[in-house]
Design a protein. Structure first.
Lengths: 477, 218
């Protein structure tokens, strides 16, 4: 059942039951009071009657035994003198025989009268009317008689019925009014919940922008705020996941392209070699293509392995001396640079920092290799290392051909190559910079690439002071 | 002679296509980037364009629009092999779509197919003393009709369209029978022998030791 209806029904039940109980008590109390007053008055009347009767009987001459007829006459006169004409009267003699009756009212009260009783009374329903009946003894020298009075009290019951009717009518009015009020209130209180539920459903259906308007500070408002916070977080996560998936997809697409291109050449030229008679030059050219494209595949797979290795490897940071490190870089890249007679100048301040030596060597050899590819013969590459306030910075400059400003942010995308035809000849796989970025991220370092077309490129890599992730330890120096 | 434009930024692949198309009797021009491709389309009249999608400067889709505007049939040639890429390419108006890596024979067959569809090539092939009608699938030898079965006709077409190329049994099987070669060479051998006899090509369809057959015109 909906909360709205639960609230509505509960409130209505409570209101109706309380009104019913309260009303009943009121009516009943009013009735009891009236009845009690009426009874008191009636008994007083009866006492007066009894007293008058006894006095009359005592007033008779001594030794005079009154006859039933005479008693009846006495009673009649008393009744007239008391002006009590509404009540019916029955007089019994000592043998409980009726000697006087002024109406045809039939009473059985005499049957429950015991000898030692002085007086009894009861409420009796006779012929759809309510009567107060009372019976008492009137003892005198003239004889013992019993006096019974009946008083119609219908009006007490009628009053009660009328009260009930009035009360019932007001109950219906109250019910109607409260229904409307409770309906409006329930609706008002459950509206934020319905709105929240609507927003949740919308969110579940993929509308991650769905939010709730928060009003006030009640529990529902707090819940709405929590929902909004959760939705915000989830939306962020989903965007992140989608981004990751998109990157993954792009990587896969680019990778499959990079894989299929050399494969096409290899398969095609091999097929030509095996099925056609070709000239010596063509045969040589085909074989050369197969070889170079095979090499390209090899480079691709090696770089890819390196990339995977970084992801899987558990990295242990070690203290590295900058000058020893620079020397290692020089040794590693010497052969490569010699082929183009490029000079590598190293000016590194002596310092110690933390890092993963193999990965960092890979990073620098990749960057220097890129510099080499961009530089003409007899070019110059400079590696500078300086201690700064916030850590240690390496700066790699070359006087190569640089790259266009708008291409710089794209170079870390996997398989992105600015000048394809050149890069192929120089043997680029297109994931070197992706690799570099990963290594830098692992070291929580920052890098900045400045380049102008025709003037060379400058890459600055700064390691922070945080030794937890590779970087500089100030105290040790 | 049909003129074909190859727009492909990978030099080895462009070269590969060029050599094979030349061998099959087409005239070829090569562009290594989109800009040059557009220029060539503008200055020369081609019968067909083989177009790579990922190109420097102007990409394949843009170039396709241009080619469509000058009613140049286009076959996309790309490493993007996913169905959605194919659908995208074909919806953009490409006439065919070949994914890398491709086989030369397949490329030639598709080229032939598109040229025929656009009626850029004659439906008749005259070779040696044979007159082949590729549409009604009939062959006349010195004016006398030959009774060739369906497969024998396909086999003959494959040979005459790939002169001087050693056709491996598996390649023949895969192209004529259109299913994967399971190592049973007898079907191919039987059909080749019957074709040789029926068309009198004993001298021109040579057996290549351990490989298959080669059709020579000399």
């Amino acid at each position: 059942m909906k909360l709205f209806w639960k609230q509505f029904i509960t409130m209505m039940c409570f209101i109706i039951i309380s009104f019913m109980v309260f009303g009943n008590i009121m009516v009943h109390t009013a009735f009891k009071t009236t009845l009690k007053n009426e009874t008191g008055q009636f008994i007083e009347e009866m006492k007066i009657f009894q007293y008058a009767l006894v006095a009359s009987l005592e007033g008779l001459p001594k030794e005079y035994q009154a006859t039933d007829m005479a008693v009846a006459e006495i009673v009649k006169s008393i009744q007239q003198s008391l002006n009590n004409t509404n009540d019916s009267i029955i007089i019994y003699n000592k043998n409980n025989k009726i000697i006087y009756q002024n109406s045809n009212y039939q009473s059985k009260l005499i049957e429950s009268f015991k000898d030692n009783n002085y007086a009894i009374w009861q409420i009796h329903k006779y012929k759809e009317h309510y009567y107060l009946e009372s019976l008492c003894e009137a003892q005198s020298r003239a004889g013992n008689y019993k006096l019974e009075l009946h008083h119609n009290i219908d009006y007490v019951y009628q009053d009660r019925q009328q009260l009930y009717n009035t009360y019932f009518l007001s109950l219906i009015i109250v019910f109607a009014v409260f229904s409307v009020v409770v309906l409006v209130f329930s609706n008002h209180f459950t509206r934020p919940i319905r709105k929240l539920s609507h927003a949740t459903r919308s969110f579940a259906n993929g509308n991650y922008k769905s939010r709730v308007k928060v009003k006030g500070h009640n529990e529902v408002a707090v819940l709405s705020m929590d929902f909004n916070q959760m939705a915000e977080q989830l939306e962020q996560n989903i965007i992140q996941l989608e981004e990751n998936a998109r990157h993954q997809e792009e990587f896969t697409a680019a990778f499959s392209h990079e894989l299929k291109t050399p494969l096409t050449s290899i398969i095609g030229y091999a097929d030509m070699l095996r099925s056609m008679e070709m000239s010596k030059e063509d045969t040589f050219m085909s074989a050369n293509y197969i070889f170079s494209q095979g090499k390209r595949l090899e480079r691709l797979s090696l770089k890819l392995l390196e990339l995977l290795y970084i992801d899987k490897q558990e990295i242990v940071f070690q203290e590295i001396n900058t000058q020893i490190f620079a020397n290692q870089i020089k040794i590693m890249t010497e052969k490569l640079l010699q082929s183009k007679e490029i000079i590598l100048l190293i000016e590194v301040e002596n310092w110690n920092f933390y890092g993963e030596p193999d990965l960092l060597l890979s990073l620098f050899s990749n960057l220097i290799d890129n510099a080499r590819k961009a530089t003409d013969e007899h070019g110059k590459i400079i590696l500078e290392g300086t201690k700064t306030d916030c850590g240690y910075c390496f700066c790699l400059k070359d006087n190569g051909r640089g790259m266009p400003q708008e291409e710089i942010h794209k170079i870390t995308e996997p398989f992105y190559i600015i000048d394809k035809s050149r890069a192929r000849k120089e043997g680029g796989a297109g994931i070197g910079m992706t690799l570099c970025q990963k290594i830098i991220k692992l070291h929580h370092a920052e890098w900045d690439i400045q380049s102008t077309l025709g003037n060379g490129t400058q890459i600055t890599i700064c390691f922070t002071n945080n030794t937890d992730y590779g970087g500089v330890n100030n105290e040790k120096n | 002679m049909n003129k074909i434009l190859i727009v492909e930024d990978e030099e080895p692949i462009a070269n590969l296509i060029k050599i094979n198309l030349k061998n099959a009797g087409y005239y070829c021009d090569v562009s290594y980037n989109g800009q040059d491709g557009a220029d060539k389309m503008q200055s020369e009249r081609y019968d067909l364009c083989l177009l790579d999608i990922m190109l420097p400067e102007i990409d394949g889709y843009e170039l396709l629009d241009y080619a469509k505007s000058i009613e140049l049939p286009v076959i996309f040639l790309t490493a993007k092999g996913e169905t959605k890429d194919k659908v995208k390419g074909l919806q953009a108006g490409a006439d065919d779509y070949i994914t890398k890596p491709f086989e030369i024979l397949e490329l030639l067959a598709r080229v032939e197919n598109i040229l025929r569809r656009f009626e850029k090539t004659s439906k008749y092939i005259d070779i040696l003393d044979l007159h082949i009608d590729t549409v009604s699938r009939t062959v006349l030898k010195q004016g006398v009709p030959l009774k060739l079965t369906y497969k024998e006709f396909d086999l003959l077409l494959l040979f005459v369209r790939n002169p001087n190329v050693a056709l491996y049994r598996e390649v023949i099987y895969e192209h004529v029978w259109d299913s994967t070669y399971m190592g049973d060479s007898r079907t191919v051998d039987l059909h080749v022998q019957r074709l040789r006899k029926k068309a009198g090509l004993e001298r021109y369809i040579e057996s290549v030791y351990k490989v298959g057959y080669r059709f020579t015109t000399s």
